[in-house]
Design a protein around this ligand. Structure first.
Ligand SMILES: C[S@@+](CC[C@H](N)C(=O)[O-])C[C@H]1O[C@@H](n2cnc3c(N)ncnc32)[C@H](O)[C@@H]1O
Length: 332
């Protein structure tokens, strides 16, 4: 039974997401830097699942997929700055010649290192030469966006593994599931997604009639204790009151037996949550320290990944669009 203290908040949250039309909900969180094919947190979530299935076997491919995400983010940013097609062609020429600069455009180290780590020809050659005309103000072709979905699908096609059960609260319109499916991971897991917003679930069911999507509330998950092996969740907790967030984390930890991958979009390395109301929901700036402590009540360890620091130290990537992005890997 939903506790009385969360009834009002549940109604406000429902209203907040139900005011969008169904088409907007289907698309708005899988575009631009949020596209799960190039969004580092979504990539890390898929890697979290692959690691549970296969251990460290695919670590090399995972590193390459993260690099792909960075290349795509860099290209998207250049497009926004109205880079010209011939500049991109010059970048390709410079990369082939081992140079750091092309037509006044500095080529960042992570781009050079990624290019150097690939055989020729490769997806970067295609990315830098696909734009057929003067302008690059056209979408990057789908086959290039989906480079790693195709690779994963092929690599995983022959694999068998013990199926794991995975829960995704606040799944939206199958925003991440679409790429979990396209990467060939979905057939290896028993997935359940739920969301408070009915329109999202309608979208998800239309796209994936055979997958398990349902309307549900993270404040009272209908499944029993330890019903799922793993859970992942993105961009939910900042929108809840602190009291509700604590209850949501308790619920998620109650139903998950082994591990959780939780993505945050507005967190900081501070001692106290900063509460901000935004209309009928919240847009809090969460304290990493306090949030980690909440998870620790139910977990044996919590690994904190600050995306900006992670990318700087592993890839010399200093262009993260969101310094407030954190992923927490929680082991029960
Ligand atoms: C910012 S969206 C994130 C959606 C998706 N996880 C993603 O990253 O693309 C937040 C989602 O949380 C859902 N939501 C909000 N409160 C919820 C609750 N109490 N229980 C379940 N889902 C909720 C909303 O309907 C919305 O789909």
């Amino acid at each position: 039974m939903l506790e009385d203290r969360f009834k009002l908040e549940t109604e406000s949250l429902k209203k907040s997401w139900m005011r969008y039309d169904q088409d907007t909900l289907r698309n708005y969180l899988v575009q631009d830097v949020e596209d799960p094919r190039m969004n580092v947190q979504s990539i890390l979530t898929r890697h979290f699942l692959i690691r549970q299935l296969f251990g460290e076997r695919f670590d090399v491919l995972m590193e390459q997929e993260l690099r792909f995400g960075l290349v795509m983010n860099w290209l998207l940013d250049l497009q926004k700055k109205l880079v010209r097609a011939n500049q991109l062609h010059a970048v390709l020429g410079a990369l082939l010649a081992g140079e750091n600069e092309a037509e006044g455009l500095e080529i960042p180290p992570y781009i050079r290192e990624t290019f150097a780590s690939l055989f020729l020809p490769n997806y970067m050659c295609d990315l830098l030469s696909w734009a057929p005309v003067e302008t690059t103000d056209v979408p990057i072709p789908e086959y290039l966006m989906s480079t790693f979905q195709v690779i994963w699908r092929e690599v995983l096609a022959g694999e068998q593994s013990q199926r794991i059960s995975v829960l995704e609260p606040a799944c939206g319109s199958a925003n991440d599931y679409r790429f979990i499916e396209a990467s060939g991971i979905a057939r290896l897991i028993n997935y359940t997604g739920f969301d408070l917003c009915e329109k999202n679930i309608r979208n998800a069911k239309q796209m994936y009639p055979d997958a398990c999507f349902k309307v549900g509330n993270v404040f009272e998950i209908e499944d029993g204790d330890g019903a799922f092996d793993y859970c992942f969740v993105h961009d939910l907790f900042e929108h809840l009151s602190i009291e509700a967030m604590e209850a949501a984390i308790a619920e998620i930890c109650r139903v998950t037996r082994r591990g959780i991958c939780a993505g945050f979009f507005n967190m900081y390395d501070g001692e106290r949550h900063i509460v901000r109301k935004a209309g009928s929901y919240h847009w809090n700036n969460l304290s990493m320290v306090e949030t980690r402590e909440i998870f620790k009540r139910y977990a044996s360890s919590v690994q904190v990944i600050h995306i900006d620091i992670f990318l700087r130290s592993n890839f010399r990537y200093g262009d993260t669009h969101n310094k407030g992005a954190y992923t927490l890997i929680v082991s029960k």
